[in-house]
Design a protein around this ligand. Structure first.
Ligand code: M6R
Length: 611
């Protein structure tokens, strides 16, 4: 959801910024821009991807070592050259890039217009630039004070970076609700929305918190609150490596990330799944475990793929730990005055740890006294820092907009939590707990077996490349997998796809089935197998084209399906860790055949930091 990069140091700023924007492009890619300070302030911006911006500046002889850049995901104002960031103030003294939404921009714009301000585009960001200009003119204050005063007048969220030609060799940044961090190098400082643009230069970072700002110049940086209270911030060390954020020979990040799942699931379990002792150790929640074990109920909140993982969690916690669970769309949670109190535990799930709606759910639940736990992938992310305790998924950076390895890592954490809670609540007998723990340790090898079938699936993907619709059906643990399969397909191939609990098909969607409709059934030999077979027969009777994800032992489903993708057998609660993988591969291959931009699908951004 918009990426910001800034640099001040001894390198050519445009190189650092363009390179960094390319790394952040997964956050938004409808337009890009750069502002470079070199005595003068030069702004270049255009519609399209960062490469378009690069073409415009490639031959410039700018040697600037101070600048800011932006890659946009449009909220207010269509993606075009004018609405691209940076935005000038009316006197063209300074330029500003922004991630987030200024919610009261319309009222501010009207007021500023009456004072003679002329706006070139439709963005909320341009209004903020003009507001700072107006405040500085009226209050006759220094620039930093004007920025502080303006930020206090805006409602909404922001991560901003500003360069001002009258404040040479300095950058001002501020955040509220949109992530920003500083990378601290030797005589150089980097600014970025996340760590990926800076990891090749330094592993020392300072995370800005909400309502904080930093004034960065060649001598260093000073962090203060927007109310001007000076702060001393901890410098963190990143564990990320450059290799993790490169494609390693794969044509797309998504394919690389699908293929990493053997390792990411193993990494997620490392040190936590103690097979020899029939034990699970989750250090991140050990101090609050008693409260979790005794909670009245668990409320899981998340968005998108993470919400699907949460639904798998509901089946896991209820079945293995006999714990009442509700799964909420984080985006809806706070809007209905939810009944939650200190007897409850909220568990939020987020790959990025920055999703605005999930963060809002965290704050709502905390304000009502609930213990709030997080399952996050990005270390040091806002949700990871604001939750009371939590568990990292350790899946490494996920760059493809379509979430894959984050989902299986989230489900791995949820499976371990459910087993641990089942044991601690006395609801899981030792024998079954031991079987589950042992079987979890075999999952990475089973994932590898599925990944070896990637080429064999190609034929099915090619055949259905131009199907206009897909239906995905599953039951029990694999109902959320059906939803996830449908989401994967629609987001990267733009094919309309719907996921349903298989039995719900009879209550409406069956009307869609004819000889042209591919119906993907997730049907393993679990306690719903018989019912699933009846559903498959119902689809067959209407000539639907059945693509089954099934396990080795399920000869009935293999016989009934037109196409069967066979995966290794596992215990029912762990099956989503395997069944989802062919669905990820199917959607990837179809999107490639359709010549879609797999890693950067239209209209989407990796991390949705606006509400
Ligand atoms: O970073 P988060 O896990 O909080 O993101 C939630 C969703 O935005 C995300 O899962 C989205 O649905 C993905 N594009 C799905 O592939």
């Amino acid at each position: 959801m918009c990426g910001i990069v800034g640099y001040i140091g001894h390198r050519k700023a445009s190189d650092v910024i363009i390179n960094g924007l390319k790394r952040l492009e997964y956050r938004g890619y409808d337009s890009a821009g750069i502002g470079l300070l070199n005595g003068e302030l030069n702004v270049t911006k255009c519609k399209g991807k960062v490469v378009e911006l690069e073409k415009r500046i490639i031959n410039s002889d700018d040697t600037s070592t101070v600048g800011i850049g932006h890659t946009r995901w449009a909220t207010h104002g269509e993606p075009n050259d004018v609405n691209a960031h940076p935005h000038w103030d009316g006197d063209q003294n300074f330029a500003l890039v922004h991630n987030g939404i200024i919610e009261n921009y319309d009222a501010l714009k009207k007021e500023l217009t009456t004072k003679g301000h002329i706006f070139l585009g439709q963005t909320d960001t341009e209004v903020l630039a003009h507001l700072i200009q107006e405040i500085q003119k009226v209050a006759k204050c220094d620039f930093v004070t004007a920025v502080q005063m303006a930020l206090k007048q805006v409602d909404g969220t922001f991560g901003i970076a500003i360069v001002n030609k009258n404040e040479a060799d300095s950058i001002i940044v501020a955040r509220k609700g949109s992530p920003l961090l500083l990378g601290i190098g030797d005589d150089e400082i980097f600014i970025a929305s996340d760590a990926s643009p800076i990891i090749e230069y330094t592993n020392k970072v300072v995370y800005l918190d909400d309502d904080e700002m930093a004034i960065i110049n060649r001598d260093g940086y000073q962090v203060k609150t927007i109310s001007n209270i000076e702060l001393s911030k901890e410098v963190h060390e990143l564990e990320m490596s450059v290799e993790q954020i490169e494609k390693a020979g794969y044509p797309h990040f998504m394919l690389k990330e699908i293929h990493e799942q053997k390792e990411t699931i193993a990494d997620c379990m490392r040190g936590r799944l103690v097979v020899s002792e029939n034990r699970i150790v989750l250090g991140g929640i050990s101090e609050v475990l008693d409260r979790l074990v005794n909670a009245r109920r668990l409320i899981i909140a998340a968005c998108g793929t993470s919400w699907h993982a949460g639904l798998v969690g509901e089946y896991l916690f209820e079945s293995l730990a006999k714990m009442p669970v509700e799964v909420e769309y984080a985006s809806e949670f706070r809007y209905r005055d939810p009944l939650i109190n200190s007897d409850d535990v909220m568990l939020v799930i987020s790959q990025s740890g920055e999703t605005a709606d999930t963060l809002a759910a965290v704050r709502e639940a905390k304000s009502k006294g609930a213990l709030v736990l997080g399952i996050c992938n990005v270390v040091g992310s806002t949700i990871a820092r604001e939750t009371d305790a939590g568990i990292y998924t350790h899946a490494g950076p996920e760059i493809g907009v379509a979430s894959t390895k984050a989902f299986t890592a989230q489900v791995t954490v949820l499976s371990m939590m459910a087993i641990l809670l089942g044991q601690r609540r006395g609801k899981l007998n030792d024998k079954y707990a031991s079987e589950l723990i042992q079987e979890m340790s075999r999952i990475p090898d089973k994932v590898e077996q599925i990944l070896k079938q990637t080429e064999a699936m190609d034929e099915i993907s090619r055949l259905f490349t131009y199907a206009p619709n897909f239906l995905y059906l599953g039951r029990s643990y694999n109902f959320p997998v059906a939803l996830e399969g449908a989401l994967k397909l629609k987001e990267i191939s733009y094919i309309h796809a719907e996921g349903y609990p298989a039995a719900e098909m009879k209550h409406g969607p069956i009307a869609l089935i004819d000889e042209h409709m591919p119906v993907v059934v997730v049907a393993v030999t679990d306690h719903t197998n018989e019912k699933m077979i009846s559903n498959i027969e119902e689809v067959r009777a209407r000539k639907g084209r059945i693509i089954a994800i099934t396990n080795e032992e399920n000869s009935d489903v293999q016989r009934l399906a037109e196409f069967a993708i066979t995966i290794p057998s596992t215990l029912d609660p762990l099956s989503p860790l395997l069944t989802v993988i062919p669905l990820q591969i199917l959607s990837y291959q179809i999107a490639v055949y359709r010549k879609c931009n797999v890693d950067q699908p239209r209209n989407l951004a990796k991390s949705v930091t606006v509400e």
